[in-house]
Design a protein around this ligand. Structure first.
Ligand code: PAF
Length: 278
């Protein structure tokens, strides 16, 4: 696997090659979910590039940034095992030569007012900024994102359209542990007991999915939020929404594509997950 550490090096490399490129951007602490994106990219492209960059501008909570797991050696091993062609490993100074304080502001609009947009001010602007910079550096034909970050996928698709970037976005299914816990880098910060408990988010989403034709959402939400509270979770949102727009809904409207989105903290670790209902 080729490791490239700067934009200049990346440009030189790309000048020499004329290949179909698939790109998997990550912040490291890689797990099977990331590897599934690499596998998908490998099956559809001639060259698969993965980036590892813990992007400081997308952390609204400094403690979350400080505690973000960094496991570079293990990540490199996983990428080599998955036969990744290239790892792009830039430094903060390379991605943000003018510093991180005054980055460009993107028109995120409605998506910035709901769910993670509402609860994590500045987060999606930081995501747009780094993904835009990475796309400019790697120039991929296809970008592979995990559906666990449902809202992030919509925000990035919107930014790519607004910026008229020619790159196809491919969203891939969430991978789960046997108890249903969605794979996430942040899970590394949970205790063994926490990992077991965290499966409750999936159980609650299933409860809603299995009962949405005979119960009201209001009722199911009360039951699920109480279950999560009793198990020690602090829930930020347990929201039903239109899957295409993320417009919040208060009842099951089966004429819409429905998605349930959850953000809840356990052991101080913020976990997000989602499930399509129809
Ligand atoms: O999903 C992530 O890991 C990050 O938000 C991303 C897309 C790599 C941007 O930093």
């Amino acid at each position: 696997m080729l490791i490239i550490k700067s934009i200049t090096e990346m440009r030189k490399f790309l000048e020499m090659k004329n290949m179909r490129i698939g790109f998997v951007p990550t912040m490291g602490a890689l797990h099977q979910g990331h590897i599934s994106l690499i596998d998908r990219s490998k099956s559809e492209n001639e060259l698969t590039v993965c980036s590892i960059f813990v992007n400081p501008t997308q952390f609204n909570d400094p403690e979350d940034f400080e505690k973000y797991p960094i496991t570079l050696e293990a990540d490199i091993e996983k990428l080599v095992d998955a036969k990744t062609d290239m790892l792009f490993l830039p430094l903060v100074a390379d991605m943000y030569p003018n510093g991180t304080a005054n980055i460009r502001q993107y028109e995120i609009g409605f998506l910035n007012t709901v769910l993670d947009g509402e609860h994590r001010p500045g987060h999606f602007n930081g995501v747009c900024a780094i993904v835009h910079l990475l796309l400019n550096a790697v120039k991929p034909h296809s970008l592979y994102l995990g559906e666990k970050d449902f809202q992030q996928c919509l925000v990035i698709k919107q930014m790519i359209t607004q910026e008229k970037i020619s790159c196809e976005v491919i969203t891939c299914p969430t991978l789960r542990a046997t108890n249903g816990l969605a794979m996430s880098s942040r899970n590394q910060r949970l205790s063994d007991m926490g990992k077991v408990k965290a499966g409750l988010i999936y159980e609650c989403m299933l409860l809603v999915k299995n009962n949405f034709s005979n119960e009201s959402f209001e009722h199911l939400k009360i039951i699920c939020e109480a279950k999560l509270f009793d198990a020690g979770f602090e829930t930020e949102y347990f929201q039903l929404a239109d899957a295409n727009t993320l417009q919040p809904l208060i009842s099951f409207d089966v004429n819409k594509h429905l998605v349930l989105l959850v953000a809840s903290k356990l052991e101080g670790v913020r976990l997000i997950d989602n499930m399509r209902l129809n």
